[in-house]
Design a protein. Structure first.
Length: 218
C-alpha cells in the first residue's frame, strides 16, 4: 500500500455524484489526471464549508468535479461562477453538474479566463476591496497565465477573502532545472514569486498532490 492509498482509505469517500464524475472522466475524457480527485476534493469542500463563501469564482472547471466540491460550502442563496475555456467539454460539464442538487447553484460560462476577468474588471470598481465581488476564488486554468489571473482577480476579492491556486508545485518541476524552459513551469514559478512578493496577501503552499496554495487577502 502506498501512502497516497492509505490517505484515500482514511479520508471521507466521494458521494455518488462525484464518484460518477470520476468514473466517466477516466473513461471518456482526455487527461483524466486533471480531475481534482477524492482527497483534494474533500479539502476544497472542507475549506468552503469553513469559510462559508456566498460567491465563489472558479477559473478552469474541467469536468465539474471541483465546482461541486466547492459548492458544498455555499449558503442557500450562494452562487459559484465557473469559467471553462474548452467548449468541447460544455455538454459533459452540464451533465455532470446536473447529477447533484448543488449544480443549481453553479453558473457555467464558456470563455477564456482572462477575457472574462477583463470584462468583469471593466464593469466593476472595487478599489478598496471591501465589497469585492468574490469571497473565494479557485485558480485551475492555464498555468502560463496564473500571474495575470492573480493580478486581475485580486481587486475583485473582498478583504478577508481567499484565493486557492492549484498545481503550484507542478509535480516537483517547480524546483527542477530540467524544466527551466517549460512554459507552464515558468508560469507557475512567476506566479509563486508574485504571490510571495505581494504585500496585500499572506499565503501557504500545501504539498497535496501537485501543490495547492492558500492565499488570504489582508
Amino acid at each position: 500500500m502506498t501512502l497516497e492509498e492509505y490517505i484515500e482509505q482514511h479520508s471521507s469517500p466521494e458521494n455518488d455524484a462525484l464518484a460518477t464524475i470520476t468514473h466517466s472522466t477516466n473513461v471518456n475524457v482526455l487527461n483524466p489526471h486533471m480531475l481534482s480527485g477524492q482527497v483534494q476534493g474533500r479539502l476544497l469542500a472542507f475549506i468552503s464549508k469553513m469559510l462559508q463563501p456566498k460567491r465563489i469564482l472558479e477559473l478552469g472547471t474541467f469536468t465539474g468535479y471541483s465546482a461541486l466540491c466547492l459548492a458544498e460550502g455555499l449558503p442557500e442563496d450562494g452562487e459559484l461562477i465557473t469559467i471553462e475555456h474548452n467548449d468541447e467539454l460544455e455538454d459533459t460539464i452540464r451533465k455532470n453538474l446536473s447529477l447533484s442538487p448543488l449544480g443549481e447553484k453553479i453558473n457555467l460560462i464558456i470563455s477564456d479566463a482572462k477575457e472574462y476577468l477583463y470584462s468583469v474588471s471593466e464593469t466593476v470598481c472595487t478599489p478598496s476591496g471591501e465589497a469585492g465581488l468574490y469571497d473565494m476564488v479557485f485558480l485551475d486554468a492555464d498555468k502560463r497565465e496564473y500571474t495575470d489571473y492573480f493580478n486581475l482577480v485580486l481587486p475583485l476579492v473582498r478583504k478577508g477573502g481567499w484565493i486557492l491556486a492549484d498545481n503550484t508545485l507542478w509535480d516537483g518541476h517547480i524546483i527542477d532545472s530540467a524544466y527551466d524552459r517549460d512554459k507552464q513551469t515558468l508560469g507557475l514559478r512567476a506566479f509563486n514569486d508574485a504571490v510571495a512578493a505581494c504585500p496585500d496577501v499572506e499565503q501557504v503552499i500545501l504539498p497535496l498532490r501537485d501543490g495547492i496554495t492558500l492565499i488570504h487577502k489582508i
